[in-house]
Design a protein around this ligand. Structure first.
Ligand SMILES: C[S@@+](CC[C@H](N)C(=O)[O-])C[C@H]1O[C@@H](n2cnc3c(N)ncnc32)[C@H](O)[C@@H]1O
Length: 299
């Protein structure tokens, strides 16, 4: 990219949407250093909201991708006592992060790794934080969807993930007087394909089939009970928890049933109960999927 374009690009991408503080005024080609994203630190109030929106809690494993001076990792470890790891490609940032961790009394309690974030093994993460660029988020998206466990929470300062819409967004007013978005996503389980189960119905067992398609966290499905089509509504997928309503006709009356279960690979285990009867006993529900019918959601 032509060096003269860089300040324009930074304005357009949100890094310089308002007059920046002195520390980030000199965002030139030097700031990019040939890496994917320039170094621009997240203001403290935005760090606080990122950790809050991600619901960071004891037992979490947090990775900050492109950790800069380590501020998000240090705040997470200090306030929530979680295992936190910072990844940055720039050795200078790793040096700064280690020095800042030492000053905060966190040596040995946090880890900073000099590495390309595209090559980092993220499989043990439960929370990912990012302040990258939309173009970088989009390149990273297939890896996040393929490698992270369903239910892993992601937060991004300012930048989005294209068609993968955030589950929540909050707006933070900074001490610089500008406003920043913080976006939040939950990694969805892959529920695509053909699911089958049997339900006890009076003196017979009913065979049910659900064919599901999925775009990120949005699921559409069509169902069948024996040869009868079923109306499937209110489908919700939050991490590995899938719920939906099935409407059927029985003895000339419409009957709605609520399903909720946890997805683990090609199995779902949960409960089913009649809708509108909160007190009705839920019965166990188990469904299984033919693995050959599942398609990748990592794109
Ligand atoms: C905008 S800063 C964010 C710093 C920190 N996360 C924060 O919010 O304060 C982006 C960081 O990503 C780093 N970076 C850029 N490309 C990278 C890559 N491919 N792998 C790892 N880090 C990268 C930069 O060195 C920079 O420190």
């Amino acid at each position: 990219m032509h060096k003269g374009l860089i300040p324009v690009v930074l304005v357009l991408t949100g890094f310089l949407a308002v007059p920046p503080p002195a520390a980030v005024q000199d965002l030139t080609w030097q700031s990019f250093k040939g890496y994917d994203v320039p170094y621009v630190p997240t203001p403290t109030e935005v760090v606080d909201e990122m950790l809050h929106l991600a619901g960071v809690k004891a037992g979490d494993v947090l990775y900050d991708l492109g950790c800069g001076d380590g501020r998000i990792v240090i705040a997470a470890a200090k306030r929530y006592g979680v295992k936190a790891v910072g990844i940055d490609i720039d050795p200078l940032r790793i040096q700064e992060s280690n020095a800042n961790a030492a000053a905060a009394g966190l040596t040995g309690k946090v880890r900073f790794i000099q590495q390309d974030l595209f090559e980092t093994d993220l499989r043990d993460a439960t929370v990912i934080t990012m302040y990258l660029l939309t173009s970088v988020n989009l390149r990273l998206r297939p890896k996040l969807l393929a490698d992270l466990k369903p239910g892993t929470r992601l937060v991004s300062h300012s930048f989005e993930m294209g068609e993968w819409r955030p589950d929540k967004t909050s707006l933070v007013t900074t001490s610089f007087g500008d406003e920043r978005d913080v976006h939040f996503w939950i990694v969805p389980a892959n529920v695509t394909g053909r699911w089958e189960w049997d339900l006890a119905g009076g003196d017979r067992s009913i065979h049910c089939v659900l064919e599901a398609a999925q775009e990120f966290q949005d699921v559409t499905a069509a169902g069948k009970e024996g040869d009868w089509p079923l109306a499937v509504g209110d489908i919700r997928l939050t991490g590995d928890v899938l719920s939906f309503r099935i409407d059927t006709e029985a003895d000339g009356k419409m009957v709605s049933t609520l399903y909720e279960g946890r997805v683990a690979g090609d199995r779902i285990a949960g409960t089913v109960r009649p809708a509108g009867a909160a007190k009705a006993a839920a019965v166990a529900w188990k469904a299984s999927r033919d693995p050959r019918t599942a398609v990748s959601i990592a794109k």
